[in-house]
Design a protein around this ligand. Structure first.
Ligand code: NDP
Ligand code: HSE
Length: 448
């Protein structure tokens, strides 16, 4: 049988990793797929740049449209990234009747509904396993392995760069920007690294996970997102003092009122497995009604871990080349005409516990003001810690402007009550600067 001919758009970190995995494991992959898989053409911006993979049998072009319009190519692999060009190329490939594999979560989260509709009309596949959690086969696990369950919630560390930064800050006391620069060098970070540190990348991935978990359309614009850029070393230490770790989590949860879709730093009890997922590793906890909690763990970024998922998608596409399009696994797990219109909750209606850190002027009555404000909003305190700044002076030596850090852990309360309380606390003359707020989740079995 003739080999399946592949065209790769983008020969950077993931593109080169994909060529390397296909050439190293080619024979075994062909035994799995039933056909030989051959990369015949690839595109890149800079033809002079040295590539991290063998390219002697690949025709390299600067024009990615030459690939999507090449009648010799059966499957297009989109590894350029970004929204507009990638969308144009993918839609063109689909129009030309080609199957598409992509690692581009931004593309799927924002334009996926339109792309899947176009693919449906043309009877071609668009596979995107590498778009979420790098090498972890989480899309397959939820879409196929858990298809007998009603998924109740999922929570994941789904940005490798962010987790790498938080881990290095905690374990080695390293500076945020140094670690980010290293993650960029290692090929983990997005072309625009603010996507990693401000939660955009994780929100893209969460949008995709929520769609396949709950059978809802992709709704990136309704995701709440907050990054890790405001977390300080002190927050990491204080969280530890209370028995928690700070992890940047994507959480999607079905409630009676609608779907929670939120990405933010979260205090997680340190005894949970997910709290111990460090470095560039990702993990996703999925709770199904039948199976209970399940945990998926692996490398969340990097050339070959991501290539592992890209190649698995290529194998899936090759295996299904002869399958009736109506009998394939649906793009978003649920049949396209059976998606539900469950509302996405506004963040102010979500309920969590909180870690609050504030800088207070160290004088009598300050804490009474803070606790009065919290109690007026029905916010009850679980634990409190006061840390004098630098070396604590004796009471007799205290000056009127001395400040102390106060850390408060609260019980669960709606976000809107907490927002109102924080606004009131920040307005107190005895509070310096903003109140740092990090949400807390226990992520235990009982969280239904
Ligand atoms: P890179 O920046 O390493 O590679 C991008 C490739 O696309 C390069 O070959 C580049 O050419 C080419 N390219 C970029 N812009 C253009 C353009 N405007 N026109 C034509 N070609 C262009 O990115 P990655 O490999 O890291 O990421 C690719 C995709 O995979 C992204 O969607 C990313 O989000 C996703 N992803 C990345 C992971 C990772 O660990 N890196 C993990 C999971 C997903 P040139 O080399 O000449 O500059
Ligand atoms: N920039 C992404 C991350 C790549 O760090 O997780 C993998 O999607």
């Amino acid at each position: 049988m003739k080999p399946v001919r592949i065209g790769i758009l983008g020969l950077g970190t993931v593109g080169s990793g994909t060529v390397n995995v296909l050439s190293r494991n080619g024979k075994e992959i062909a035994r799995r797929a039933g056909r030989e898989i051959k990369v015949v053409q690839a595109s890149a911006r800079d033809l002079k740049k040295e590539r991290a993979c063998p390219t002697k049998d690949i025709k390299i072009t600067q024009d990615p449209f030459a690939i999507v319009n090449n009648p010799e190519i059966d499957v297009v692999i989109e590894l350029i990234g970004g929204y507009d060009l990638a969308k144009e190329l993918v839609l063109k490939a689909i129009e030309n009747g080609k199957h598409v594999v992509t690692a581009n979560k931004a593309l799927i989260a924002v334009h996926g509904n339109e792309i899947f509709q176009a693919a449906q009309n043309k009877g071609v596949m668009v596979a995107f396993e590498a778009a979420v959690a790098g090498g972890i086969p989480i899309i397959k696990a939820i879409r196929e392995g858990l298809s007998g369950n009603s998924i109740e919630w999922l929570a994941g560390i789904i940005n490798g760069t962010g987790n790498y930064i938080l881990t290095e800050m905690r374990d080695a006391g390293r500076d945020f920007s140094d670690v980010l620069a290293e993650a960029q060098k290692l090929g983990y970070a997005e072309a625009d690294p603010t996507f990693d540190v401000e939660g955009v990348d994780a929100a893209h991935k969460l949008t995709i996970l929520a769609a396949i978990a709950f059978g809802i359309p992709l709704q990136f614009d309704k995701a709440y997102m907050e990054g890790i850029s405001k977390i300080t070393e002190s927050d990491v230490e204080y969280a530890q003092a209370f028995g928690y770790r700070i992890k940047h989590l994507g959480i999607a949860r079905r409630t009676e009122q609608g779907v929670e879709l939120r990405v933010h730093p979260t205090l997680v009890p340190e005894r949970r497995l997910i709290a111990n997922v460090d470095g560039v590793m990702n993990a996703v906890l999925v709770k199904g009604d039948a199976v209970g909690p399940t945990l998926y763990y692996g490398a969340g970024a990097g050339a070959e871990p991501t290539a592992s998922a890209v190649v698995a998608d290529i194998v899936d596409v090759v295996r299904t080349l002869t399958t009736d399009p109506n009998n394939r696994v649906p793009h978003l797990a649920f049949q396209p005409d059976a998606l539900s219109d469950l509302p996405i909750l506004k963040m102010e209606d979500v309920e969590t516990s909180y870690y609050l850190r504030m800088q207070v002027i160290d004088k009598p009555g300050v804490m009474a003001d803070v606790t009065r404000i919290l109690s007026a909003r029905n916010i009850s305190i679980e634990a409190m810690l006061q840390k004098e700044s630098a070396i604590s002076p004796k009471a007799s030596e205290k000056k009127s402007g001395d400040t102390a850090s106060v850390i408060i852990l609260t019980h669960r309360i709606k976000e809107k009550n907490m927002n109102a309380a924080i606004t009131e606390i920040e307005a107190l003359a005895t509070i310096k600067g903003d109140v740092m707020r990090i949400r807390i989740e226990q992520l235990n079995k009982e969280w239904d």
